[in-house]
Design a protein around this ligand. Structure first.
Ligand SMILES: [Fe+2]
Length: 255
């Protein structure tokens, strides 16, 4: 068993060494994108992409496939599965010059080949990357619920390559626990890990709560290991799903 899987079996998460922090560059790209008008931004809306959850979703949107109307964030999901030109120009520098290096560092850190082989998923996996901006409580209209509804991720692993900020809570046997903000890299298991290990490594239920400072906004960058388009996934529990069925089954958890 890889060190990472061993670690995840005993814990909810694992820290990962060796990833260069490029948060500033990505914040700049997302800020520039969000400063464009809505007509420009919705040219890259999720409905214009077919793969995974790629594309732009925004607060109050009723037809995002992965975001509820009362989740208070703008997200731009990028992936390895489209040419860079498909995404907004604001992200091109990052995608061309930084994203591939970050993926390489992550692969080394998680022992990619060993991990894929051990889980019987060789050649089936790739990366998607959710670049998220959460406006402050005040500018979100001071809503009564949480910032982001509780959920498990549709990933094998979710990785915060550049750390995470205040507000993240994980569910531990029914109790919501605050995660202390971290500057380094951390990862935790999603839906696919549960399937691929026949429940030995369960997915982590999490949500985002508001912070004490009502004027504070928040960025979050979540890298997901996901199935490549059009592959067939054979899971430890005997299930055999293609990529499309995998996503359908994942989304059905929230019906
Ligand atoms: Fe999540």
């Amino acid at each position: 068993m890889t060190m990472l899987l061993k670690h995840l079996q005993g814990n909810h998460y694992s820290k990962l060494p060796g990833i260069t922090n490029q948060a500033a560059e990505l914040k700049g790209a997302m800020t520039a994108f969000l400063n464009r008008d809505i007509e420009y931004r919705t040219r890259f809306a999720q409905e214009n992409f077919e793969i995974g959850f790629d594309g732009y979703s925004y607060p109050g949107q009723i037809d995002s496939i992965n975001q509820a109307y009362d989740d208070y964030l703008h997200s731009m999901v990028l992936s390895e599965f489209y040419p860079i030109a498909k995404y907004p120009s604001e992200f091109h520098f990052y995608l061309k010059n930084i994203f591939p290096k970050m993926i390489k560092e992550v692969k080394e850190s998680i022992e990619w080949e060993e991990l894929e082989t051990e889980l019987g998923l060789e050649g089936k996996l790739g990366f998607s990357f959710s670049v998220n901006y959460y406006p402050s409580f005040e500018s979100s209209g001071e809503p009564s619920g949480v910032r982001l509804t509780e959920h498990i991720d549709g990933s094998l692993l979710t990785i915060f390559p550049y750390g995470f900020d205040e507000g993240l809570q994980i569910n531990d046997q029914g109790n919501w626990i605050n995660w202390i903000p971290l500057n380094g890299t951390v990862c935790f298991p999603g839906y696919m890990m549960d399937l691929a290990t026949n429940g030995e490594i369960g997915s982590l239920n999490h949500r985002l709560n508001w912070t004490h400072d009502q004027q504070r906004d928040r960025f979050a960058f979540a890298l997901f290991i996901v199935p490549k388009p059009n592959v067939v996934l054979n899971f430890a529990n005997g299930e055999q799903w293609n990529t499309k069925e995998y996503y359908q089954n994942y989304l059905a958890l929230f019906d």
